[in-house]
Design a protein around this ligand. Structure first.
Ligand SMILES: [Fe+2]
Length: 412
């Protein structure tokens, strides 16, 4: 090959290297973001948490910047005599530097999340779990459930004593409770392994009362679903929906329907909506439907430091509540807000019971028109006694003292 031809070719390759590197960097960042947003809770985190939204936008910007610099460098060099302009060369060099940073960022974030949520070396404590396929057995025509939400293991401000008192209270209740269900926000940050292990150890306080837990918005952040599945679906997923995040299970004369609602309706996929319609339509006449979710529907609440209202949720009310009303769901129990509340709207009774130890909401500024009763500053649980006659609800404080009782009559 003649010299001039070889030199032209080498110079052409050198000119294109920043462009190739920036394309790789953009692809790596795009792959990371697609993966992160395929995980539970990330879409809601983006929607509801402005600092995290800014972080995601910065990560996306880090993927685009090298390509912009490379294209700018190429344009300037093509105009400079002999393709050797200093400005063009500087932009190309900067593009290479930022490409390296973007590749390291994508790889580092992916590696951190994967390693933080990987299976631990030590065996994890085994839990006495309800099998959703088998459902919950009652005795003498009554199924006795206890529920609470938002214990937030791993947060310093959480009340560990209240959490333990609630678990001991469920274990020692008479008549015996048939199941205990945690409605999410088991931990403060799902990625961290330690709090999940701490929770599993503390759950031994339940004795032989079988347990089930829902994923909450904090549990899912980011990649925390791996820990959740490890503890609460150790033998794989055997549910009627095929998902570990939404499914139904029998509970005597009622059907418990678990929904995947984390921050709001972002996680209410088309597949989940179709499954919910199918499940509610196929309930036998007279079967009471009790829906459980992490995020609430109707609730009193407050405005957070970013200006977002945590009350009467516009997403779940618009997208999910009409389905529940149409199918005459009797009762919906949720967490997310850290208090206890009883509400009624459109023929459906709603309960919020985010009082299992997380820092309590003491700054409520909005009272829902649907609210019938609200307890602030109190940790506790909700007991449901389900029979053919209906559902007897009892809100209890951490020591088991009844705060409010309500009978939900048969709705269908
Ligand atoms: Fe919470």
């Amino acid at each position: 090959m003649p010299d001039f031809c070889y030199n032209w070719r080498m110079s052409s390759i050198r000119t294109r290297i920043p462009l190739i590197a920036s394309a790789l960097a953009a692809a790596a960042i795009a792959a990371f973001l697609i993966w992160a947003f395929s995980l539970e809770s990330t879409a809601g985190l983006y929607e509801w948490h402005p600092p995290w939204r800014r972080n995601f936008l910065l990560i996306g910007g880090a993927g685009l910047l090298p390509a912009l610099l490379a294209l700018g460098g190429l344009a300037l060099r093509s105009r400079a005599p002999g393709g050797k302009g200093l400005a063009g060369k500087s932009l190309s060099a900067a593009s290479l530097g930022f490409s390296a940073i973007a590749l390291a960022l994508a790889g580092g974030l992916f590696g951190y999340i994967v390693s933080s949520t990987a299976a631990p070396r030590d065996p994890i404590p085994a839990l006495s779990l309800i099998d959703p396929a088998a459902g919950i057995e009652g005795r003498e025509g009554v199924v006795r459930l206890s529920l609470s939400s938002d214990p937030h293991w791993g947060r310093e401000e959480s009340d560990a004593e209240a959490r333990s008192a609630i678990l001991r209270g469920v274990a020692s209740a008479s008549p015996r409770r048939d199941a205990f269900i945690i409605l999410g926000d088991n931990v403060e940050t799902g990625t961290d392994a330690g709090p999940w292990r701490e929770e599993a150890a503390d759950l031994s306080l339940l004795g032989d009362v079988p347990l089930r837990s829902l994923l909450g918005n904090h549990d899912g952040v980011i990649g925390g679903q791996a820990h959740f599945l490890r503890y609460f679906f150790p033998n794989g997923v055997d549910t009627d929906s095929g998902s570990p995040f939404y499914y139904s299970m029998k509970a005597g004369p009622a059907r418990i329907i678990v929904l995947d609602l984390l921050w709001g309706a972002e996680s209410f996929s088309r597949a989940q909506a179709a499954w919910l319609e199918r499940t509610l339509s196929s309930l036998p006449a007279g079967a009471q439907a009790i829906v459980l979710s992490h995020c609430f529907f109707y609730a009193s609440g407050y405005v957070d430091e970013h200006g977002y209202g945590y009350y009467d949720h516009p997403g779940t009310i618009a997208k999910v509540a009409p389905i529940l009303e149409r199918h005459k769901v009797a009762l919906v129990v949720s967490g997310h807000n850290h208090d206890m509340e009883l509400l009624r709207h459109g023929g459906v009774t709603y309960a919020v019971v985010g009082a299992m130890g997380g820092l309590l909401d003491d700054h409520i500024t909005y009272r829902s028109p649907a609210s019938l009763w609200l307890a602030q500053g109190v940790h506790g649980r909700l007991d449901l006694d389900i029979s053919e006659a209906g559902i007897v609800m009892a809100f209890k404080d951490r020591d088991g003292k009844t705060l409010r009782e309500e009978l939900v009559a048969k709705a269908r």
